[in-house]
Write a protein that binds this ligand. Sequence first.
Ligand SMILES: [Zn+2]
Length: 424
Amino acid sequence: MKLVKSLIILSIAAALAGCGGDDSSNSNSGNNGDINTGGDGGGNQNGAFGITPWDLTKIKLELQKVAITDGKTADICGSGDNITVETSHFVASFHYDLPTNNIDNLKDATRMTEVALAELIEHTGLSLTEDLDISQKWTVCYDSSQTGQGTAYIDKFEFSPTSVDPNSSRFTSGYDLAKHELFHTFKMQLIDELAFLRMPRWFTESTAELFTGATFGNLTTTTLNDFVDTTKESPFNVQTWYDEQEFSSIHPQYTNPYSIYLESLAYLGAHGLTNEGIIQLIRDSKNSSNSNEDFSSFDKALSVLENSMTLPSSYTELRVPSTYKHQIGEWADATTYRQDFTPKAGYGEYIDLYIESLDGAYSNDGALVTSDQLHYEMRGVLANATYKVYANTGSASFGPITVVVANGKLGHLDFTDAPEFNMD
Ligand SMILES: [Zn+2]
C-alpha cells in the first residue's frame, strides 16, 4: 500500500515548514504517546527525548507580553518600503512589496517570533548570551503571502506563516514554522553556516521538527517500509538536499518526508539519544573541512554517542535500507495494533485516517486502512480524550466521526453514516 498524502491532511493539518523554499513538512503540534518526552514541558530535562510544546493558552498569554515599537527606517529585507518594527530580540520588515502587506500583521508576526524564541530557549536549554549571539538583533523578513515556507540564516530568517492571528485555526502552523526556522538559526549559531551543511539533512530537519514539538511515535511499519521500498533509500542515508530531491522529484508523496526523518530520529531516541545528545551532536558536527558536505565529524560524534546507547545495529548499518527496515520494523511493530474499520460504501479504496483531538493540540496522520478495507493499523497510545476522526480515499475524505478514547485506543471506527468532508 502506498502512503498517499490525502486531501484532508493537506487542507487542515499541513504546516508547511520549508527551508530554502523547497521543502515542507507536516508539523503537527502535539505530544507523542509511547516515547519518553520532556514531561511537564519545562526545560531541557536530563535524559529526555522530545519536548512538550507550549499550548495555545500559554502562547497567547506570552504574545500579550511582547513589547513592540516602530523601528528605525531601513530597508532590511529588500522590499523597498522601509517599514520596520522591533521587539527585544528582533527587527522585522516585509520581505516583499506585496498588496497583502499590513503593518498590524507584521507586528503580529514579530510577536510570534519573539514568543517562539522564548519557547525554543526553554526546550533547548541554550543560553541567549553564552550559546547564541543576539547582541545585534536578528532580522525577521515577513512574507505576507501565506505560503507556509521559510528560510533560515545565522542571524535572520524569512518566513511566510499561513496565519499570524492567534485566533485562527491556522495560527499554530505559522507559529510552528517560526520555531522550525529559528531552530535552524540556533544550529548555525552553534557551529556556523557552513558547518550547518556538515550535518545530514535527515538530522537537520528531524531535529527542527522535534524541538518544534511535532508528533512522532505514530508511523507504522507499513509507512516506514513504503518509504524505503519506494525511494530505495534508508532515511538515515538522506544526507543532502539533493538526495531528497532525487526521490521526491520522482515520488511526489515524499515531497514532505520530515515525518519519516522524525520517526527515524525517534528510533534513536528510543535507544538512548536525548535532547542533550542532539545539541552535543550539533556542536560536534563542526569541522574544518573545505568540503561543504563533509559529514565525517557528525558520523564520528554519533559513533561515540552510540557507546552510551542501546542500538542493535550501528548508525552506519542503519544507513543500509534492508537493515533499516528490519530494525525499525521490529521496533514499530511492537507498538502497532489493528482494529476494526467499517467504510462508507461506494467510494473506492480507503487509504488512511486523520485523527485530531477536539482542541487540535494532538493530531495523527499515521494510521492506515488495511487492504482488506475492514481494519486499520495504528501505532501509539492515545491520551484519554475525545477525538475527531476522518477517513480518506485517494480523492475524498469522510468525517469527522467523534470517538471517545478511554483505554488508549480508538476501537471500531464506523464510517457508514459519516458525511463527506468538504474542505471549503
Ligand atoms: Zn527545515
